[in-house]
Design a protein around this ligand. Structure first.
Ligand SMILES: [Zn+2]
Length: 103
């Protein structure tokens, strides 16, 4: 991730790359413990406090389990969050997959 492309550097008050690196940590969107890689598409730089909060809430759960946790513990009961896999069906060219509904 380039310094100029960072989302949080202003909010973190980081004045240079060193301060930014000290204020953030690298999150694996699909955890390495369940097969996530170091591919840049799987990595996010997060403020350390948000990163810690994420893992306090969701540990190293996969996307479907996170949707279950959100739906059963946090979300307005009139709504449902859906975990939907991207680019799974090679026959589709639009990148959209049928929704996997988690009740
Ligand atoms: Zn993480």
């Amino acid at each position: 991730m380039s310094w100029g492309a960072t989302r949080f550097h202003d909010a973190l008050g980081a004045k240079n790359r060193k301060q930014y690196r000290e204020a953030t940590s690298t999150h694996h969107r699909k955890p390495r413990s369940i097969g996530g890689t170091n591919d840049p598409a799987n990595l996010s730089e997060l403020p350390r406090s948000r990163h810690a909060a994420w893992h306090t809430l969701f540990q190293n759960f996969d996307a479907e389990r996170i949707a279950v946790e959100i739906n059963t513990r946090y979300l307005d009961p009139e709504y449902v969050m859906v975990a939907e896999r991207r680019n799974h069906d090679a026959s589709r060219t639009d990148g959209v997959q049928p929704a996997l509904r988690i009740a």
